[in-house]
Unconditional design. Sequence first.
Length: 112
Amino acid sequence: MVAATMDKQVEGALFNVTNNDMVTELQSFPFDLKFHLITLPDTTDAGDTATVDLWKEAGMKRLIGIKGWAHSTNNSVIVTENPTTTVSNGQLTLTVPAGTNNDKRVYLLVGV
């Protein structure tokens, strides 16, 4: 099992929906919806894990959801997949689900 961390094998990107509180429409920045993309390399196998510090790396205090995709053909065909996730003390650990090995994975995190 290979673990990927944000500072080594994982690419990340952060996107914000600013000045639009998705809950009450009264507060802006502290509760803006944030999107963070995680890309795992094409050497990623089923059962591998990636760890993300939600605050430091994604600017999130709370994770709302995650959606995942795997490249079944390198840089071409993608299929959806749902990783197993745990959050502890602001650290998200996602585990690649059973399936194929040596495939690139992309995960979209949504949070505030």
